[in-house]
Ligand binder design. Structure first.
Ligand code: TPW
Ligand code: MG
Length: 541
């Protein structure tokens, strides 16, 4: 078969469901084979950042590979930011970049889209991916593809494949299974015993779940483990939305001083805090860094387990969870731990809308119509989502890059077939909102809530004196029609409730609700988040 077909089959065998892309001349031969072979559907978007975010979202939603295909240079460099974010937040995205043919450089001319040298792009991506290959040798290509895709899955980080345009049609063998990574069975057994002993001896053990639990498809198993151990379960900020499916009582999301004080107390006073796949970032832990001694926690992530002062290497999270389940008997009537409750019952009156009202309106809607998975952007919309019911959520909570929400919602709806709820601020919508214009062609109909405060409000919260945080009112609802959707602008709580019901009842076109918020009106979570970060900085200064 052709090299490109071997690659496409390998992606599909490993769970990829589609390719997000934007072609260029160096990538046209690959796109042609991708389209004509129909091994995986190809979904094109308008700008490469959206291609990257959509592929990332598909990977997050499905817990398998997401694929972003672009052209060389001008295309691939546009992917750098989303791929850096996917690296930071551990999302297994496969970047496939077209490239000049293997002998094109011999004419001695610089080639279009070339940044500095022809190797510059590969070097840039080496910095933000966990494995790379240039597929310029059809004989070695199958092993190279297996090595790179194997790393992508094993480490849940992006990888980079460069595909010279004269190689895509070269005859090539099919790709074999992923290479096996070292596993140490004795270390695993000792580690599982030690973790359990620590959890059982503890007065107040707590299980804290984060992104790796989803990346490795472990939600159901971790929920079962929590039930058997009878311990309280919380998520990190990045892990918000985990375990929404398995229906385990969650105590809530840990946000330190910015979040629920009961959850903060539970976590900070735990004498056996078991972090499952957690990203040790400032947004996850920094808001109260002085209170959790992470050196005393148990931390399983990045294929190793750290316990106090020692580390068990080469232990996969899946292996650890299985080993723990094998050691703990199924639960008999363990009392249900405390469960977080999201606010409900919006008063649909003529008062202006506060961010918290949006959360309540969404919760009311989900009570009536069932849960909607959420894709949120950075900004107060994400902090407001902390008051929404626990449903699947994807958001750049650690990398904190704007522009994720709309394209991620598009990618996730295509990947899952489920209608998405997209939360996005006006500033972030200015970055990637146009991508909604692709919804009619792609056959999807997300509900989009634009939090329009005519402001970079989150920045204003940090630095209220700066006028550059003022944005103009762009009237986003008016744009929806020309992009093939429906738009409504709402300014009161009654209008918000009515617009949400209408949007939920209207299928087949994207539904944009432009929610007018007063400048300065931010969610209580963002208020506390900013206050605690400011306090932290002033202590350090
Ligand atoms: C790609 C820095 C963090 S929050 C923010 C900026 C500019 C303002 C967000 O405005 P928006 O939401 O979307 O209207 P809200 O609720 O605050 O009003 N560039 C990128 N990412 C980040 N995080 C920034 C700049 C930033
Ligand atoms: Mg704003």
């Amino acid at each position: 078969m052709k090299l490109a077909e071997a690659l496409l089959h390998a992606l599909k065998d490993r769970g990829a469901g589609e390719i997000f892309g934007l072609p260029g001349d160096f990538a046209l031969p690959f796109f042609k084979i991708a389209e004509e072979s129909a091994i995986l559907p190809v979904h094109t978007l308008s700008h490469e950042p959206a291609v990257g975010f959509a592929a990332d979202a598909a990977a997050r939603f499905r817990g398998t590979l997401g694929v972003a295909a672009v052209t060389y240079g001008a295309g691939a460099f546009n992917l750098v930011n989303p791929i850096a974010g996917a690296y930071a937040e551990k999302s297994p995205v496969v970047v496939i970049s077209g490239a000049p043919g293997t002998s094109e450089h011999k004419a001695g001319l610089l080639l279009h889209h070339q940044g500095r040298t022809l190797e510059t792009q590969a070097r840039v991506f080496a910095e933000i991916t966990c494995a790379q290959a240039r597929l310029d040798d059809p004989a070695r290509a199958p092993a190279e593809i297996a090595r790179v895709l194997g790393a992508c899955r094993a480490f849940a980080r992006p990888v980079y494949l460069e595909l010279p345009r004269d190689m895509v049609g070269a005859e090539c063998a099919s790709v074999g299974p992923d290479p096996e990574l070292p596993e140490n069975a004795d270390a695993l057994a000792a580690c599982a015993d030690e973790v359990l002993a620590k959890m059982r001896a503890a007065r107040s053990p707590v299980l804290m779940v984060c992104v790796e639990v989803r990346r490795y498809g472990l939600e159901a198993k971790v929920a079962e483990l929590a039930r058997r151990l009878g311990v309280a379960v919380v998520t990190t900020f990045m892990g918000r939305g985990l375990l929404a499916g398995p229906g385990i009582p969650l105590a809530g999301t840990y946000l330190g001083a910015a979040g629920d004080p009961d959850v903060a107390r539970l976590v900070e006073e735990s004498d056996a805090l078991f972090l499952l796949g957690a990203i040790l970032s400032d947004t996850n832990f920094g808001v109260s860094a002085q209170r959790i001694d992470l050196r005393r926690a148990i931390h399983a992530a990045d294929r190793q387990v750290a316990l106090g002062w020692h580390v068990y290497p080469e232990i996969s999270l899946a292996g650890l969870v299985d080993a723990l389940l094998a050691r703990v008997a199924p639960a008999r009537n363990t009392p249900a731990p405390p469960q977080a409750q999201a606010p409900r019952g919006l008063v649909a009156d003529d008062r202006p809308i506060a961010p918290g009202d949006v959360a309540v309106a969404v919760n009311d809607l989900m009570d009536r119509d069932g849960p909607l998975p959420i894709a949120a952007d950075m900004g107060d919309c994400l902090f407001t989502a902390m008051d929404m019911a626990n449903t699947e959520l994807m958001a750049p909570g650690y990398y904190a890059g704007m522009g994720f929400g709309v394209p991620a919602g598009i990618g996730a709806q295509l990947a899952s077939g489920r209608r998405m709820l997209i939360l996005v601020g006006d500033g972030a919508f200015q970055m990637t909102g146009w991508e909604l214009g692709n919804c009619p062609r792609l056959g999807i109909d997300p509900i989009v809530l634009v939090f329009n405060n005519a402001s970079w409000e989150m920045l204003r919260a940090f630095q209220p004196e700066s006028r550059f945080n003022d944005l103009d009112d762009w009237h986003f609802a008016d744009i929806a029609k020309t992009l093939g959707g429906d738009g409504t602008r709402v300014s009161t709580r009654a209008e918000l409730a009515a617009a949400l019901s209408r949007a939920a009842a209207t299928r087949g076109r994207f539904q944009l609700i432009e929610i007018m918020l007063r400048r300065g009106a931010i969610s209580p979570t963002l208020q506390r988040f900013v206050a605690s970060i400011k306090a932290l900085h002033s202590r350090k200064a």
